[in-house]
Write a protein of this length. Structure first.
Length: 197
């Protein structure tokens, strides 16, 4: 038996998404087929819009549809604390914890194998730090060996800013776990209990 080609195509694409196996992909595709046509078209259009209108913020690197992003434009935020992260998804997690400083997203997930630290572009970060407003950089990196290596590399790379206080999230984060999937309370405690690096 061969499935209708458009159905097969959608299943194929859905199955490429993380956490979605072939069976779930098939279920979702059949569900979308039963959707009212307007909903299905809105779904397709929102995927196109996402790719056309969402970009990294020119200042902090967080995903945004306006430049600079709403966090960078928010004058209520404390400019003296900069939270440094690997991925935009981690900003969403840290936001949930109630953090009110600013962010810098590397938009690069460092992996021990096959990654070249020197490829990480730190020019923008250094420009922000040169402004002098930032007094503390919290390195909210993954709580594992990769995060440790990256933290040491970043600390050395910005060591010219001698007055900067460098901190890392307190332990208590699940080792090898992802900040993105850590609950709000654990994250809040990890930020409050951050340790000087
Ligand atoms: Zn921004």
């Amino acid at each position: 038996m061969r499935l209708a080609l458009p159905l097969e195509k959608l299943i194929e694409h859905l199955a490429l998404l993380p956490g979605i196996g072939p069976k779930t992909a098939q279920r979702l595709a059949l569900y979308i087929l039963k959707y009212p046509r307007a909903n299905a078209e809105a779904l397709a259009q929102s995927i196109i819009n996402l790719r056309e209108h969402v970009f990294p913020c020119e200042i902090c690197g967080f995903l945004t549809d306006v430049q600079p992003c709403s966090i960078c434009r928010d004058s209520e935020r404390d400019p003296s604390i900069l939270c440094l992260l690997e991925e935009s998804t981690n900003v969403i997690a840290i936001e949930r914890s109630g953090f009110k400083g600013r962010y810098y997203v590397l938009n690069q997930h460092f992996q021990l194998l096959g990654s070249n630290l020197s490829e990480i572009d730190l020019n923008k970060l250094k420009t922000i730090l040169s402004g002098g407003a930032v007094k503390e950089v919290i390195m909210a990196l993954s709580p594992d060996i990769e995060g440790d290596i990256l933290a040491r590399y970043l600390a050395a790379a910005i060591s010219e800013f001698k007055y900067l206080k460098l901190t890392r999230l307190a332990h208590g984060l699940p080792v090898g776990g992802d900040i993105e999937f850590t609950d709000d309370i654990t994250l809040r405690k990890a930020i409050e209990g951050r340790k000087e690096f």
